[in-house]
Design a protein around this ligand. Structure first.
Ligand SMILES: C[S@@+](CC[C@H](N)C(=O)[O-])C[C@H]1O[C@@H](n2cnc3c(N)ncnc32)[C@H](O)[C@@H]1O
Length: 240
């Protein structure tokens, strides 16, 4: 994108916002969600009573789950349409309109700062990460999850975006090395990836074993399981 082109957040559309959660209702979506939660929470280690910020909260999928775990959660997003859905789903989260690149919070406000599939859609991910670092309390952590450009899911989303208008036409997918370098500016990242089943849903019944093989790195099994560089969702944690 050039500076002259105005950036439009594709998630402003009401219809898209209303249908956003439907994927989680499918068998594939429910499994993907379970696998993503397992890794994100393994890295984030959320604890009841902590303050948390969910950046690019969307319809509040993560923010609401963290609130259920007893955290005091704020969800921030630029899309009023996505926030409207989130507000209808839960009053347990403080929903706020705001830009990840200029977070409307004081320095060191949150113990856990999370962003799940948000940086792909932000104009300047470096600025967003700097803002996340700014609002993370000393001793707190940032946990960032992005779609992996080296995964079959990214290829699927790109192919889909060539045929129809989807938000992924506007997304920047990250390769693992790029992701790790991006996070390293804020501390030494701990990272892995989740979701090794393909978007076709093939292998769904064996999703857990495929996940284990993927995350532990079994090169000998074949090209399907090339360790943490191939999972659909790259997840990294940086301690502050
Ligand atoms: C793919 S959705 C992810 C939503 C949620 N994190 C989840 O995992 O379900 C991306 C979200 O990022 C939001 N977003 C995009 N650019 C943003 C920005 N500059 N500041 C805050 N939110 C932004 C979009 O409005 C959208 O809700």
């Amino acid at each position: 994108m050039t500076d002259e082109q105005e950036y439009v957040n594709p998630f402003q559309a009401e219809e898209l916002a209303r249908g956003y959660d439907a994927f989680y209702e499918t068998p594939l979506g429910a499994t993907v969600d379970r696998l993503e939660k397992r890794l994100i929470y393994r890295l984030a280690r959320p604890r009841a009573g902590e303050t948390a910020l969910d950046v690019g909260t969307g319809t509040g999928h993560w923010a609401i789950d963290l609130a259920r775990k007893g955290l005091k959660v704020t969800g921030v997003d630029t899309s009023e349409a996505m926030l409207a859905v989130a507000r209808q789903k839960s009053a347990a989260v403080a929903w706020q309109r705001g830009d990840a690149q200029a977070l409307p919070f004081a320095d060191y406000s949150f113990q856990l700062v999370l962003a799940v599939t948000t940086l792909e859609f932000v104009r300047d991910p470096q600025v967003a990460l700097a803002e996340m670092a700014r609002v993370t309390a000393p001793g707190g952590r940032m946990v960032v999850a992005v779609l992996n450009a080296s995964s079959r899911w990214a290829h699927f989303y790109k192919a889909q975006a060539e045929k129809q208008e989807t938000p992924f036409a506007h997304a920047h997918f990250f390769v693992p090395d790029e992701f790790v370098v991006l996070l390293s500016r804020w501390g030494k990242p701990t990272w892995s990836s989740a979701v090794f089943i393909p978007p076709t849903g093939r292998g769904l019944a064996a999703a857990d074993i495929i996940e284990w093989l993927g995350q532990t790195g079994c090169h000998f099994v074949g090209p399907l399981f090339r360790c943490r560089h191939r999972g659909a969702l790259l997840v990294g944690r940086v301690d502050r």
